[in-house]
Design a protein around this ligand. Structure first.
Ligand code: HEM
Length: 193
């Protein structure tokens, strides 16, 4: 048992196996032509919680704790934990966007264009998508380049490092705030409209 639970890849494979059991066991007969969208929607949400989960980890755990971490231990976070967290953070953000747009476009009447133009009936998800796009742009064009400098993954002098850390923190905090209405719009579209 500890061999299985101690191995991250095996644990992920087991999760996918149980996903198949749940999906086919519960809805196998009624899925019809909806498989593609159902898979895309599911993996969209999985990528989304990976992204936003890490955003909440940064804002609720790492950023508030760093000032009180003793200087000699800070490297453990900045050299080992943060780079791996940022790896999953930026790639899950990109996956969420791509899968989300595919969800909109692969429905019977693809509506990505109508959502992006906030047309009648698609205003809620449209606003959610725009918030998600702003957040993903923040991740790739502001947080990640600034974090690379702040964490010393690319060369920068101390003043630039400090400025980059502040910029990354403010962009991360902005995303933290935007994630709340974004998520409301994501879940409200199907249930409220
Ligand atoms: C630019 C980024 C995003 C795009 C393009 C996008 C797109 C979509 C679309 C098209 C839907 C289906 C709405 C419907 O027809 O009912 C949806 C639903 C959803 N999205 Fe996103 N989304 C994005 C970001 C996120 C993020 C970051 C999360 C975080 C977890 C998320 C979670 C959800 C959830 C939970 C649903 C509801 C699924 C359901 O009720 O069936 N989305 N999204």
């Amino acid at each position: 048992m500890s061999k299985l639970l101690g191995n991250l890849n095996l644990a992920m494979a087991l999760g996918v196996l149980l996903l198949l059991a749940a999906m086919f066991g519960l809805h196998g007969e009624m899925m019809g032509d909806n498989y593609a969208t159902a898979w895309l929607r599911f993996f969209h949400v999985l990528a989304g919680i990976t992204w936003i989960g890490l955003l909440y980890y940064f804002n609720l755990v790492q950023i508030p704790t760093m000032p009180s971490v003793p200087a000699e231990l800070k490297g453990g976070v900045s050299k080992y934990i943060a780079p791996r967290a940022l790896f999953w953070f930026r790639w899950s953000a990109l996956a969420t966007v791509i899968l989300g747009l595919l969800v909109a476009e692969t429905q019977q009447a693809g509506y990505a264009g109508r959502a992006l133009t906030l047309s009648e009936g698609y205003r809620t998800i449209g606003i959610g998508i725009w918030l998600g796009l702003i957040m993903a742009a923040n991740v790739w064009f502001i947080i990640w380049p600034n974090q690379k400098r702040a964490l010393g993954l690319v060369a920068a002098d101390d003043a630039v490092k400090a400025r980059s850390a502040t910029t990354a923190m403010m962009a991360s905090r902005t995303n933290f705030i935007l994630s709340v209405p974004m998520l409301y719009c994501m879940v409200a579209q199907a249930h409220i409209g």
